[in-house]
Ligand binder design. Structure first.
Ligand SMILES: [Zn+2]
Length: 406
């Protein structure tokens, strides 16, 4: 890899390649406009394993790469993360991000990312207010929190129980967000690297520290910043908007209703939850994914974040003039939510997106309540007393009454 880098630099340095240089500049500018932290690098996909870098193999104790990996690992543990969670992040860097743990590595092979976390573009790290421009492992990690506090917080809470491999996949889906193709080809390398780090750094003996975990990302005080930083995905002119009526949350659900297994249905779930009561329906993200539409018009009264109301995920709470409270929940991060508190939505407007692997529990949970007070409604999450209604019945009836949804 070192040789490749030298050749690239030499190629540019030769001076005859002005055209190539200009193309790189254009690519950097183009990616600034994409304004994304997404990992759009195909080079990561092409070189899924990069156990060796310019600074040696991370598997070799005492090497520079090993020490940097350990520094990143220790940083996240200090933030309250479990050994599995910290290994998941380091596994992404070592297993697929192709940095070889070179601190200021530019993406090899044409991508525009850089650094341990492959910030896209490379300058994103340098331009962040939290950056001291040192490219240290510590500071780059601080900037990750600054740029994506919602994602980091959600990941932190989620890694309390996950294995290093699952944590690596979560970090890939939540933070790296590679293309589907890159996901497929790199997931295995990320997972196995995470497992190795977990072994090497004694991850099994490190449990999440709840007290640090809770406040750690709030300290970044930028809860909404990450979202506003993303390209705005607005809901204005959606053709499925039908004021006053009801609609299924996914376009792929037929008018007759979704196909659900026992545990996904409303009501008695066969023993999965307290009192065997399921207060809504689960649209599994393997079958139903993509844009989530408002099932009914109303107002976004609250976006619950992990840690609030005793939940570990993001929840969008909509209230309607005709007396319903509607919960769209188990989002893994704020980036997947397209509305904000105070927004008015019409039936069919986009609430957010359910990506395979993007939801906290691999599904959109939709709850419809007769209770508009969120606290009271959530207080009855395990009580079948009529507070929560069967969303399939409510929507079906609404579709019949309005004649919409064909
Ligand atoms: Zn559910």
């Amino acid at each position: 890899m070192k040789n490749l880098k030298v050749w690239i630099i030499a190629g540019i340095g030769a001076g005859s390649s002005l055209l190539i240089f200009m193309m790189i500049i254009i690519m950097i500018i183009f990616n600034v406009n994409l304004n994304s932290s997404c990992d759009d690098s195909e080079s990561a996909a092409n070189n899924p394993t990069s156990a060796t870098g310019a600074s040696g193999s991370w598997e070799k104790k005492g090497s520079e790469a090993y020490n940097t990996a350990k520094e990143v690992f220790d940083f996240w543990v200090k933030k309250g993360m479990s050994g599995a969670g910290a290994a998941g992040i380091v596994g992404n860097i070592g297993g697929a991000e192709n940095t070889g743990f070179v601190l200021d590595q530019k993406e090899i092979g044409g991508g525009s990312g850089g650094g341990l976390y492959q910030f896209t573009p490379y300058t994103k790290y340098l331009n962040d207010p939290k950056s001291d421009k040192s490219w240290s492992a510590q500071n780059q990690s601080e900037v990750v929190i600054s740029l994506e506090p919602g994602t980091v917080k959600s990941y932190l809470s989620r890694t309390k129980t996950s294995s290093p491999g699952d944590a690596a996949t979560n970090w890939m889906n939540m933070y790296e967000r590679p293309s589907e193709k890159a996901k497929e080809s790199t997931n295995g390398a990320r997972r196995s690297a995470a497992e190795k780090f977990y072994e090497m750094f004694g991850g099994a003996s490190i449990t999440a520290n709840e007290s640090i975990l809770g406040g750690t990302v709030d300290g970044a005080n930028a809860g909404e910043q990450a979202q506003s930083d993303e390209e705005s995905v607005n809901c204005g002119d959606d053709s499925t908007s039908v004021p006053g009526s009801w609609i299924w949350p996914f376009k792929s659900v037929p008018k007759s209703g979704p196909s659900l297994d026992t545990a996904q249905k409303f009501g008695n779930d066969g023993g999965f939850r307290t009192n065997s009561f399921h207060d809504g329906v689960d649209f599994g993200d393997a079958t139903y994914n993509g844009d989530i539409h408002a099932v009914h018009g109303g107002k976004i009264s609250k976006i619950v974040k992990p840690g609030e109301y005793g939940v570990s995920f993001y929840l969008v709470w909509e209230t309607t003039d005709d007396g319903y409270g509607i919960a769209y929940q188990e989002f893994g991060n704020m980036d997947d939510i397209f509305v904000k508190e105070g927004d008015t939505v019409k039936t069919g407007d986009k609430i957010g997106v359910s990506r395979p692997g993007g939801q906290e529990y691999s599904h959109l949970h939709l709850g419809i309540s007769k209770e508009k007070d969120l606290g009271k409604a959530l207080g009855k999450s395990f009580t079948d007393d009529g507070t929560w209604l069967n969303p399939v019945d409510v929507i079906k009836k609404g579709l019949e009454n309005s004649g919409a949804g064909d």
